[in-house]
Design a protein around this ligand. Structure first.
Ligand SMILES: [Fe+2]
Ligand SMILES: [Fe+2]
Length: 205
């Protein structure tokens, strides 16, 4: 299933990009949206590291590995957004909230909800505004993040569906250093989101 997901990634483009529908009513600019995304990705990074610790404590080794890999990906998304914020004359700012970890099963549901929101609502809106403003660098950064959040949602759902089966077993995931694409197996030659060669992928377990 995960291989199939990677195979279709290069064709995964949000409806807002394809259709160009004027569904966004917010007055937020691309710079505003970059700040929101930087804050969101920074908080997701912090949240997933807390969830990883909880999964380790509960003996869910593979889920812990996945949370750490996704945390690395969110760190990359935040860094990508920060570069564009600075290019546009801003300064990236994140306010990191306190994460109270529940059970790993509940934490996976929280993660799926967050990734689905970013995939289906947040990034499609930001992409539409970036297209309207012809903000190419922001469009690229948002699109990378959207595609990878879609991957994360599937990986988290898979982890939730198989939580008991994969108890106590850590797993090595591979994270693209440019876009954060997250793979359960390194079976590709280059990243299907951004084209980075597989030799540069970061192993996280
Ligand atoms: Fe992200
Ligand atoms: Fe990539």
């Amino acid at each position: 299933m995960i291989d199939t997901l990677q195979a279709v990634l290069s064709f995964l483009v949000p409806a807002a990009v394809v259709g160009g529908a004027a569904s966004v009513t917010t007055t937020a600019t691309t710079l505003d949206n970059l700040q929101t995304a930087f804050d969101g990705e920074s908080n997701a990074n912090a949240r997933y590291l807390v969830f990883a610790k909880k999964a380790d404590e509960e003996g869910y080794g593979e889920a812990a590995s996945l949370f750490r890999a996704a945390a690395k990906a969110e760190e990359i998304h935040a860094a990508n957004h920060a570069v564009v914020i600075r290019q546009m004359g801003g300064a990236p700012v994140a306010h990191i909230g306190i994460t109270i970890a529940k059970s790993t099963r509940e934490n996976l549901k929280v993660a799926i909800e967050g990734e689905s929101y970013e995939r289906d609502i947040m990034y499609p809106e930001f992409i539409e505004v970036a297209k309207r403003e012809k903000a190419a660098a922001a469009l690229r950064s948002f699109t990378f993040a959207l595609k990878v959040e879609a991957v994360h949602a599937v990986l988290y759902q898979d982890a939730l569906d198989n939580l008991e089966k994969r108890r106590r077993k850590q797993h090595t995931y591979y994270v693209c250093p440019d876009c954060g694409n997250t793979l359960a197996e390194l079976t590709i030659l280059k990243c299907l989101v951004c084209g980075h060669p597989k030799s540069g992928f970061i192993a996280v377990s």
